[in-house]
Design a protein around this ligand. Structure first.
Ligand code: ATP
Length: 297
């Protein structure tokens, strides 16, 4: 394989295999609609004017009340910063991110946004402040326009088009038989993987949340599509507090904070240069995965 034709851009082979077998992330959207067990506190406040400071304090979580997936996790993310989660499959990266919109309730500890406990605010207001972009995009039966508008109340056509442009989706949408009115989803036209992702990125631009959860897993996109998507994701993350389950070397290297999660929990936190310097787990993984692949980025 010609290494210049096929530059290895994903940090994380060790993040990579895992996604193929469908992680729980694909259930995000369905859960957005109904999760009967998690309810608003009767006194719940509306979360608003979010700056985007996120804190996990001594957070523990298990799916079954027995085996802890996360034990005593402490993370602090400054407003507007990007944190990249790396580590082997099953370490709990996506679980961690799913606790923030309260798709699951923590067993103990505290999870807060701008110092406000997420259990003290309404689910609706909490989730309206969090955008989720994932690999297995959920598109429903409806027009492109409706799919972009999902999650936003009464957006104008201009706003929808502006969001699609930011997501590098406008041109391919115009080339569909009926443009923004084209039916997509299960019974509509088949979009390519990259096109679906761009629709979902447009959705997030339109929603414009202060907090973003990004599952960067990349599947079968060609290099060019991947680059286009990467560019729009970078634009999307700018100025938002972003939690990325990272698969690209560039994302990890540029993150404000890298969190290395293994079965033992969080084993390292820091920037790329800090973690390389300290010579721990991250630097080992980095050496193994990338020492001979640092070519074109
Ligand atoms: P991957 O990238 O493979 O998804 P990950 O680091 O994101 O790995 P999680 O998906 O968060 O890890 O999974 C952490 C652990 O929790 C794994 O042991 C997994 O089997 C388990 N798990 C994940 N989702 C559920 C669920 N809905 N119910 C029960 N156990 C789950």
């Amino acid at each position: 394989v010609n290494m210049f034709m096929n530059p290895i851009r994903r940090l994380v082979n060790f993040n990579e295999q895992l996604q193929r077998g469908m992680s729980g992330f694909s259930r995000f959207q369905e859960l957005l609609e109904v999760d009967p067990e998690i309810k608003d506190d009767p006194e719940a406040q509306v979360l608003k004017d979010v700056q985007g400071l996120i804190k996990y304090e001594a957070v523990s979580f298990s799916y079954d009340n027995q085996e802890k997936v996360l034990t005593n996790v402490n993370i602090e993310i400054e407003p507007g910063n990007t944190v990249a989660f790396v580590g082997p499959s099953g370490a709990g990266k996506s679980t961690l991110t799913k606790l923030l919109p309260r798709f699951y309730e923590i067993d103990s500890g505290r999870l807060s946004i701008d110092q406000i406990d997420i259990q003290a605010v309404t689910l609706k207001s909490l989730r309206s402040n969090i955008g989720i972009v994932q690999q297995d995009v959920f598109l429903f039966n409806g027009t492109v326009k409706e799919n972009i508008a999902y999650g936003t109340t009464n957006p104008s056509d201009e706003e929808i088009i502006a969001a699609a442009k930011k997501a590098n989706a406008h041109h391919f949408i115009l080339n569909l038989s009926e443009g923004y009115e084209t039916d997509i989803g299960e019974r509509g036209v088949k979009l390519s993987g990259g096109q679906k992702q761009r629709v979902s990125i447009a959705r997030s631009f339109l929603k414009n949340p202060p907090i973003l959860i990004l599952d960067e897993a990349t599947s079968s996109l060609d290099n060019r599509s991947e680059r286009i998507i990467q560019q729009s994701l970078e634009k999307l993350a700018a100025g938002r507090t972003t939690l990325v389950i990272a698969h690209r070397l560039s994302t990890v290297v540029n993150a404000d904070q890298i969190i290395v999660l293994t079965e033992k929990g969080i084993v390292e936190k820091g920037t790329h240069s800090q973690l390389i310097k300290s010579g721990g787990e991250y630097s080992k993984l980095y050496d193994e995965q990338f020492s001979n692949t640092l070519t074109v980025e």
